[in-house]
Design a protein around this ligand. Sequence first.
Ligand SMILES: Cc1ncc(COP(=O)(O)O)c(C=O)c1O
Length: 437
Amino acid sequence: MVGTEALRADLKQVLARHKNAIEPKALIPGVDYLPASGKVVGPEELELLLMASADLWLTAGRFSDEFEEKFPRFWGSRKCLLVNSGSSANLLAFSALTSPTLKDRMLKREDEFITTACGFPTTVAPAVQYGMKPIFVDVDVATHNASVDDIIAAISPKTKLIMIAHALGNPYRADKLVKICEEKNIWLIEDCCDALGATIEGKHVGTFGALSTCSFYPAHHITMGEGGAVLINNALLGKVATSFRDWGRDCWCPPGQSNTCGIRFEWKMGELPKGYDHKYIYSHLGYNLKLTDFQAAVGLAQLERLPGFIEARRNNFTFLKTELIKLGLEEHFTLPKATEGTNPSWFGFFLCGKGQGSEFRNKIVTYLEENKIGTRLLFGGNLTKQPAFKGIPYSIHSTLKNTDKIMEEGFWVGVWPGLSEEHLSYIAKKINEAVKL
Ligand SMILES: Cc1ncc(COP(=O)(O)O)c(C=O)c1O
């Protein structure tokens, strides 16, 4: 063995000697903090990370290519583009729809889009930054999702996009929305950042809209540290999104390659001189949202664990819900439930008070945190109340009554794969104690 091959073999041996030091450690309830979300990583991730390091390629390369090939197979999507975060994935998916190549289907600043105010800001931000007006629909407390009927009722002739996240891993009925979107020429972007693995009538979320997005931040179903992906179900959008991700260029050569089109110096576009290097022809006002092979390498190891992770999240959810019902806590909280016809891939377990007000929620959350149990709110709550939305034009379809309730009375605890039944029993017990304080 020579050179990098020998280096790789040595690195694997060193890793094998220290395997125990990097195996995931079990958390002890009451002693260790039980985070609401977390990553499960170990020697497999480190081995691929070391292999990527030995390449010294540094940017997107063979590991990214492999991930982009394997990941859509898991979903049943056509194409995957890796990016450096879920927020970048949302920005990229949205930006692709502003391409002039889409002609009359190109999104314009005067268009409107339908979304929810209850969720993560970067689902909504890209279209607002572009200048489009959000129309916010309310959500149901138990599913945390907007109903298809409410979304359809909010559609106007100005609606050109529906961009909504599958809330906390629980799908909305994207299958039903997609029919109306096709009839009315409305784009659908599914933000699946919290819902990797969830299905609607047996089909993966993310396969209904023209584009869908994923996050690989450590809180999410699989992690790369930082990372995200856009899944694309439309051939033209694949080319456009690649351009926006890669500086807006017209050329599609991957890093380190040139002239894959075979006519690099023969293009004639617009007012550019004939033969202007295709590498430096820009058809969009793009970004550089690529990630590195280090991140993709970790993602590949995580992909192997994904089916187990999804199963663990579902089992943890069912176990915790059963425990809370056994303790009679349905009297005090609306407990989460799956949207009909779907199989969620739960991101968290959301509990919402039944009218006791925000002090009740704050009391429970404080007690849980004091007892080393991590809690989270449903992200931005009602986004229209966030400082960032002051002065932004928006409309509310009907009311945001439940969104406000969720902001005031809701919180969630973890069901991530690092938690076991022992942890969840402890969490249920502490919630029960907190209610009685
Ligand atoms: C629904 C949703 N969309 C987008 C994001 C952004 O992902 P990232 O943190 O990778 O930018 C998040 C983050 O948690 C999210 O929950």
